[in-house]
Design a protein around this ligand. Structure first.
Ligand code: NDP
Length: 309
């Protein structure tokens, strides 16, 4: 098994090492030489949101049978190439949905109620000087969601409990939900106060948040991104925040992680998280069990637990 991402979780590594010969690609200095010597023995790849299996790697692994991703997002895997070569693909859906939705609501509250700023206010002793600035109410704000899949729906359900009117954008209108559908992202942004990105990253959704969408959301609007960094045209987001054309942002993901635009560090209307949507002990264990379970099922010729391909 070749792990292409930096080891994301000690439990996952331990479980893989119990069952397989695990190569940690990230820490191998001469990758070309390593592949030359080991390519024939590698039958599985384990990746995550930071590294998966691109066309070049797939091409270099003649006996690759399965890519088991420690993520629900599939944007780091060349699915077309896998399909063409009959390589199976699995991910970790459902088990992380609650955590990511919880975090999205947490970001909304953190941005509007300035939780991080307020914490700094207490810790720095500013409270004693008593110049606290009032914040913005969350209950009842209209929430627009891009992507109403597992995570988008879980965010909607939670936001409903805060009396937030919900609207959404996906490629096709859902017949089984009562939320208002907008066929255009700009229209959705015009008609909500908090815009959440919770869709899959594909060529179509890259920069789905662009200048026009940001301007439609406006100086009182808040952007929450729990999808992927490249969903957002980051330089446009940074300039809108710096210029006050956008009210605030809560960001779990960035274009070039772990590099975050430093212009954001001085802004109090922005909350920045290190891509931790699924980052709880409980969920990471369930994700690891799925990664390992899928590999075991594959090598025992049993049905995969969570097949994509
Ligand atoms: P689902 O597959 O259940 O939902 C994906 C949604 O994206 C669907 O509603 C789909 O709707 C929508 N979508 C796809 N293409 C488009 C498009 N072109 N325009 C608008 N909407 C589109 O996935 P999950 O809800 O489980 O996960 C969603 C994403 O969340 C993942 O792909 C991943 O990138 C991200 N994520 C982030 C995490 C973090 O740590 N921050 C953790 C886990 C996931 P339709 O097909 O109708 O268009």
């Amino acid at each position: 098994v070749l792990m292409t991402c930096p080891p994301p979780d000690p439990y996952l590594v331990e479980q893989l090492e119990k069952r397989f010969t695990l190569f940690k690609f990230h820490s191998i200095p001469d990758k070309a030489q390593f592949l030359n010597s080991n390519k024939a023995s590698i039958r599985a790849v384990v990746g995550n949101a930071s590294a998966g299996a691109d066309a070049q790697l797939i091409h270099q692994l003649p006996n690759l049978e399965i890519v088991s991703s420690f993520s629900v997002g599939l944007d780091k895997i060349d699915l077309a190439k896998c399909r063409e070569k009959g390589i199976r693909v699995t991910n970790t859906p459902d088990v992380l949905t609650d955590d990511v939705a919880d975090l999205a609501i947490g970001l909304m509250l953190a941005v509007l109620r300035r939780l991080c700023q307020s914490d700094r206010y207490v810790r720095s002793g500013q409270w004693k000087r008593g110049d606290y600035k009032l914040t913005t109410k969350f209950t009842g704000k209209s929430v627009g969601i891009i992507g109403l899949g597992r995570i988008g729906l879980a965010i909607a359900k939670r936001a409903e409990a805060f009396s937030c009117p919900i609207s959404y954008h996906t490629r096709t209108e859902k017949s089984d939900v009562k939320y208002k559908y907008y066929p255009s992202v700009v229209e959705l942004a015009t008609n909500c106060q908090i815009l959440v990105v919770a869709c899959a990253l594909t060529e179509e959704t890259r920069h789905i948040i662009n200048r026009e969408v940001i301007n439609a959301l406006g100086p009182k609007g808040v952007l929450i991104n729990v999808g992927r960094g490249p969903h957002v045209d980051e330089p446009e987001l940074v300039s809108a925040l710096v210029e006050g054309r956008l009210g605030g942002a809560g960001l779990d993901v960035f274009q070039d992680e772990p590099n975050v635009p430093e212009e954001l560090f001085g802004l109090e209307n922005v909350v920045l998280l290190p891509h931790v949507g699924s980052g709880t002990v409980e969920t990471r264990k369930e994700m690891a069990d799925l990664v390992v379970g899928n590999l075991e099922a594959h090598f025992l010729n049993k049905p995969l637990l969570t097949p994509v391909l």
